[in-house]
Design a protein around this ligand. Structure first.
Ligand code: TYD
Length: 204
């Protein structure tokens, strides 16, 4: 296959939506079609980012600190991983990106949306995903799925009303910029979700 144009695709959703499971399968499908795919995640993706992830998922902090550490990890991620891969005509698939900061720190924790926009503008003024798959699921279903996890991180331990706000935050982001998103009905079975993803792969 000739080197194709790069693509930056992100996966988003509340904890328990199932996006990480589908991301692995989605990347494999793209590789089978001959694409050079880099799979990465946030917070994380670089050695420093993974150290920040450890702190973010386990230590209590103010929401402003949380947001700035998310964006600090993101800046490193963009410079070390995302931009070099896109420049090399690879496809980058990231498990979460800035939409998660708006949904979790903004809507979930109540941080001013405009401050987050300033951070976004500072950290990646000229980069946005080409496509974001938003795995949308009722909070009750997501929580049921999380109930099987043995250990829950600081975010996963939040109450249902927090996740309702996070979900609403994602919907707000989709409304602000609808052309960038595909909303996946993630309440369906794994097989049905795969059918939805297959259609997206064909369209790509
Ligand atoms: P998650 O994708 O849920 O990791 P895993 O599937 O391994 O549990 O991401 C970790 C958490 O980080 C998740 O609860 C959401 C949170 N998060 C934010 O609050 N803001 C952000 O900007 C990002 C990227 C993640």
């Amino acid at each position: 296959m000739s080197p194709d144009k790069n693509k930056f695709i992100t996966f988003e959703g509340v904890d328990g939506a199932g996006k990480s499971t589908h991301l692995a399968w989605f990347a494999e499908m793209l590789r089978q079609r001959g694409h050079d795919v880099v799979v990465t995640r946030e917070p994380g993706g670089t050695p420093l980012g993974e150290q920040l992830r450890e702190i973010l998922l386990n230590q209590t902090m103010s929401v402003g600190t949380e947001a700035m550490l998310m964006f600090a990890a993101r800046l490193e991620h963009i410079e070390q991983i995302i931009k070099p891969a896109l420049l090399a005509c690879k496809w980058v698939i990231s498990d979460r990106f800035s939409d998660a900061s708006f949904a979790y720190q903004g809507s979930g924790r109540g941080m001013d949306w405009n401050k987050l926009k300033q951070l976004e503008q500072w950290v990646h003024p000229d980069l946005q995903p080409d496509l974001t798959l938003f795995f949308d699921v009722p909070v009750a279903v997501a929580r049921q799925r999380l109930a099987n996890n043995i250990s829950l991180d600081r975010f996963e331990q939040e109450q249902a009303d927090f996740f309702e706000r996070v979900r609403a935050g994602y919907h707000k982001r989709v409304q602000e910029n609808p052309h960038r998103y595909v909303v996946i009905d993630a309440a369906q079975s794994l097989e049905q979700v795969k059918l939805q993803l297959e259609k997206i792969i064909v369209s790509l």
